[in-house]
Design a protein around this ligand. Structure first.
Ligand SMILES: [Zn+2]
Length: 169
């Protein structure tokens, strides 16, 4: 099932999500739906709050569906260490058509659980490190525009406001 994606402005995107405590068929179905929703929207990552579900869960696929082994599920993830810095263009399915150069660590190590509740630790570099940080930010109620300068952030907020007024958001 493809969920509608919640856009910037909805309070669920700006509050911390609840830990996942039950690892069952319902969670597996939700993960499958999140992948389907992410691929339909051509994203490389999707966090549960973006489909209106305030749970600490995200899916990532930096291959965009090309490579099955690139499919990652992170449940209750936390960044445990980071290294270096990179600044690349970043976007978000909840802020369609807005992109900005966003600073992120070059490498990031994440600890969490898989869909069955098994403990996992993953290290990503480049785009994957960026995706880890972006999606885990979502679980903490943080959007990428909060990683930008105030000037850039305010400019995006103003443009969104105009779109809202025009009924185009
Ligand atoms: Zn996002």
């Amino acid at each position: 099932m493809i969920y509608p994606i919640v856009k910037y402005g909805q309070p669920i995107l700006e509050r911390a999500a609840e830990p996942v405590t039950e690892f069952n068929a319902e969670l597996e179905k939700l993960v499958a739906d999140m992948f389907e929703t992410m691929y339909a929207a051509r994203g490389v990552g999707l966090a549960a709050p973006q489909i209106g579900i305030s749970k600490r869960l995200c899916v990532i696929d930096e291959s965009g569906g090309e490579n099955p082994s690139a499919r990652l599920v992170l449940v209750n993830p936390e960044i445990v260490s980071t290294e270096g810095e990179q600044v690349q263009e970043e976007g978000c399915l909840s802020l369609p058509d807005f992109r900005a150069n966003t600073p992120r660590p070059l490498r990031a190590t994440v600890r969490g659980q898989d869909v069955h509740g098994k403990e996992i630790t993953l290290t990503g570099e480049g785009l994957l490190a960026r995706a880890f940080c972006h999606e885990i930010d979502h679980l903490n109620g943080i959007l990428f525009i909060q990683r930008l300068s105030r000037l850039k952030r305010d400019s995006i907020k103003r443009r969104v406001k105009k779109l809202v007024k025009a009924g185009e958001w």
